[in-house]
Design a protein around this ligand. Structure first.
Ligand SMILES: *Cc1c(COP(=O)(O)O)cnc(C)c1O
Length: 367
């Protein structure tokens, strides 16, 4: 029996702590940290990561969907959980599990109020989302009066937060745009400060916002990608440590001759005698075909080996010519020692996408 699973995603909570503390060092001590654990904590494990973030001092968590929040509640997480995209179909669970909705339409607010008629709760806190330029989700600044009116008409609704989301906080060429987003947000925030007779939390910064615009920390920040060890540009990236490492082993080794090909469609043709290793993971595990044909490499015994030919569903092949290795040797596909940012894939993907796509059939293990 093998001591470790062949293909596994290793989760390093020490790296999470390092990243968490680095982000905190940019902030005033009183600023609250919301740990974003949507999409299985960026492809890792939302319960392991969520619980550990709370232990590290995150006062809030955030998910995309209600059922992601329900999972955390069932696992015993008690801190406030913001749901970025709550669906009316699941609103009963939102209220039942005391999750906090992001609200960006009147339609949703009406549905929430209807639902509250069936619950004994005194009040439900919501975070109002304001669109300041991302043009994705959020009320416009011109709608502030109508939101306030709607909220005042519903006794059970309390504004626990007002927030917005930055479009390009990691991009130096868009500093002016980001600053404009921040000042629009300030406008919305002071409107609610003036018109509500209680306090609420304001927040706009995502990871790159924290690192590049810490002056916009307001009461709370929402950290995602940086907690997992990736940034939106090389400078940010260098400061962080990868939490997840995708590892596997060599399933088979073979030597091929000049003119022999590797994989479907014969995309790789050997120019000389070559040593080829097959790894037991493929696009069904989340290693996209864009990584094939030399675009990405893996690390084996400290050496980089390129993926050759097309990535298959359950396997991929690497060229290990000149690398001392054997069947069963460990391979780091990406992670601590070399990251997805080292891949030569230009603008075709981003770390967010690569790490969130590692499929559920890859076992997650804590190291
Ligand atoms: C995903 C998300 C975040 C986290 O963003 P990162 O860039 O990963 O830090 C914050 N806020 C909202 C609304 C999000 O959807």
């Amino acid at each position: 029996m093998s001591k470790v699973l062949e293909t596994r995603l290793e989760i390093d909570l020490g790296a999470l702590e390092t990243n968490f503390n680095l982000l905190k060092s940019y902030l005033s001590p009183k600023t609250k940290m919301m740990g974003v654990v949507k999409a299985s904590a960026y492809g890792t494990d939302s319960i392991i990561i969520g619980k550990h973030l709370v232990k590290l001092g995150a006062q809030h968590l955030a998910v995309a969907y209600i059922d992601e929040g329900v999972r955390l509640r069932k696992a015993g997480v008690e801190v406030p959980i913001l749901v970025f995209y709550p669906q009316l179909e699941e609103i009963q669970n939102l209220v039942g599990y005391q999750l906090t909705p992001s609200v960006y339409t009147h339609h949703f607010l009406e549905g929430l109020c209807q639902e509250l008629k069936h619950h004994q709760v005194d009040s439900v806190g919501i975070h109002i989302k304001i669109n300041t330029g991302l043009n994705r989700l959020g009320f416009e600044l011109t709608e502030l009066d109508s939101i306030l009116e709607h909220i005042h008409s519903e006794k059970k609704i309390k504004v626990a937060g007002v927030f917005s989301h930055l479009a390009a906080s990691g991009n130096k060429d868009e500093v002016e745009f980001t600053k404009a987003q921040i000042s629009k947000f300030e406008e919305a925030r002071s409107y609610f400060k003036t018109h509500l007779n209680y306090t609420f939390k304001s927040h706009i910064c995502n990871s790159s916002g924290i690192l590049n615009f810490p002056e916009a920390e307001f009461d709370m920040v929402r950290a995602g990608i940086a907690l997992y060890g990736y940034g939106n540009n090389p400078t940010e990236h260098k400061m962080l440590k990868a939490v997840a490492s995708l590892k596997t082993v060599i399933a088979q080794l073979r030597t091929i001759q000049k003119g022999d090909s590797v994989g479907y469609e014969r995309k790789f043709k050997a120019e000389k005698t070559s040593k080829i290793a097959t790894l037991p993971l493929g696009y069904a595990d989340g290693i996209s075909r864009i990584f094939g044909n030399g675009k990405a490499h893996v690390l084996i015994n400290g050496k980089k080996a390129p993926i050759v030919g097309n990535v298959c569903m359950d396997t991929l092949m690497i060229n290990v010519t000149g690398i001392d290795c054997e069947e069963g040797d460990e391979v780091e596909v990406f992670g601590k020692n070399h990251t997805v940012l080292d891949f030569d894939i230009e603008q075709q993907t981003i770390p967010y996408e690569v790490i969130t796509r590692i499929s559920q059939r890859v076992t997650r293990v804590l190291v």
